[in-house]
Write a protein of this length. Structure first.
Length: 119
């Protein structure tokens, strides 16, 4: 399974970005997908996941601001990020597991995409 994230960039506080992650090597509908991020000097943190059936789950830090979704026809998972804050600045990673729900240590990772939020 290969994952390719895109859509990062520089945005002002309060703005929005949508990240995309294209999957390949396996039918997207067979994958549980999710997003993590890692800020400089910090550990990588879980943000959101979406099951094969479309059930979503979020960390408290992004609940109500971020939304994960998937389009199996396009083999893509998205992360819509609204009301961005400077503390959201990080490298964002998509991840996947073959299974119903993504585990805490996914088997597959994409290269990250940088998100920078200016104050």
């Amino acid at each position: 399974v290969q994952l390719q994230a895109s859509g990062g960039g520089l945005v002002q506080a309060g703005g929005s970005l949508r990240l995309s992650c294209a999957t390949s090597g396996r039918t997207s509908s067979s994958l549980a997908l999710g997003w993590f991020r890692q800020a400089p000097g910090k550990e990588r943190d879980f943000l959101a996941r979406i099951s094969r059936g479309g059930i979503t789950y979020y960390s408290d830090s992004v609940k109500g601001r971020f939304a994960i979704s998937r389009d199996n026809a396009k083999n893509t998972v998205y992360l819509q990020m609204n009301s961005l804050k400077p503390e959201d600045t990080a490298v964002y990673y998509c991840a996947a597991d073959v299974g119903v729900i993504m585990t805490r240590e996914p088997s597959y990772w994409g290269k990250g995409t940088q998100v920078t939020v200016s104050s």
